[in-house]
Write a protein of this length. Structure first.
Length: 273
């Protein structure tokens, strides 16, 4: 990984995510961080009824640049060797982040989210899950009170389906390559489901992640999000990784349970695509 993209709306939640990203860059030797700010553009018209583009965009762009500089100055000391860039955009938040991620060739997006199931900081918080589902690169969602103290254990939530064809796991391997974290693969057992050493999907996962010496964990579960959160807490997981899939278990967790996993987790979620 060479570049982290950090969208911000200058709220405390996005500032916390930015500081987490800076710590992650230092910890994993990622050399570049790009801060992106979307600014709304109220339409301004001339007396003749024509759109005044300069008044509509330029004033807001200049204010965005000024605020970005102030925001970066307010962050903790940036480690020597980490390059910082700034981008601004007047597109929608989702499209702007997608566009900038391609321009700067970002490897991962780091974004904050407001916990407790209530989003008070609208601009970034309300778009985080949408971006995490639709952007093509990994997204690391940082709960609003989470600080980066260490990254010693990463847990991957797997549904044991179509492992071999899951290209999104490349993003997880890339992330693991940059650190020395212990790696656990968690599978939630459905009613009466049995997994043994000969399970074909387990063998594929073992082969795929052999160099990281994964530990396999199984948990009987009927209350998916609560059980995952409990496991994360009990196992001292630092980052929980998952892959949203249409009509699958993880997609159900990610969307249908009032986004409980994202809003109530105390550790960052690494969303893979």
């Amino acid at each position: 990984m060479k570049t982290i993209l950090v969208p911000t709306d200058f709220t405390q939640t996005s500032k916390n995510a930015a500081e987490y990203a800076l710590g992650l860059a230092s910890l994993l030797s990622i050399p570049k961080i790009v801060f992106y700010h979307y600014f709304p553009t109220p339409l301004v018209y001339t007396p003749a009824g024509e759109l005044d583009e300069e008044a509509t965009i330029e004033a807001n762009r200049n204010k965005s640049i000024e605020d970005l500089n102030d925001f970066i100055d307010s962050l903790k000391t940036i480690q020597v060797g980490i390059e910082v860039e700034m981008y601004q955009g007047a597109n929608s938040v989702n499209e702007g982040i997608k566009e900038v991620s391609k321009i700067v060739n970002a490897d991962i997006v780091v974004m904050g989210i407001k916990g407790g199931g209530v989003i008070k900081e609208k601009l970034i918080g309300s778009h985080t899950l949408s971006i995490a589902r639709h952007i093509s690169i990994p997204v690391l969602i940082i709960p609003s009170m989470t600080k980066l103290n260490k990254c010693e254990k990463i847990t991957f939530l797997s549904d044991y389906k179509d492992v071999e064809n899951n290209r999104s796991l490349e993003g997880l391997r890339t992330f693991l390559d940059h650190g020395t974290a212990k790696f656990t693969i968690l599978h939630l057992l459905k009613h009466n489901e049995k997994i043994d050493a000969a399970h074909p999907e387990k063998q594929k996962l073992e082969k795929m992640f052999k160099k990281y010496s994964p530990t396999f964990e199984y948990k009987e579960s009927h209350h998916y999000t609560d059980d995952i959160i409990d496991f994360v807490f009990e196992s001292h997981t630092d980052i929980l990784a998952l892959v949203p899939k249409e009509h699958g278990l993880i997609e159900t967790i990610f969307n249908d349970h009032t986004k409980k996993l994202a809003f109530h987790s105390k550790v960052p979620l690494l969303i893979l695509h």
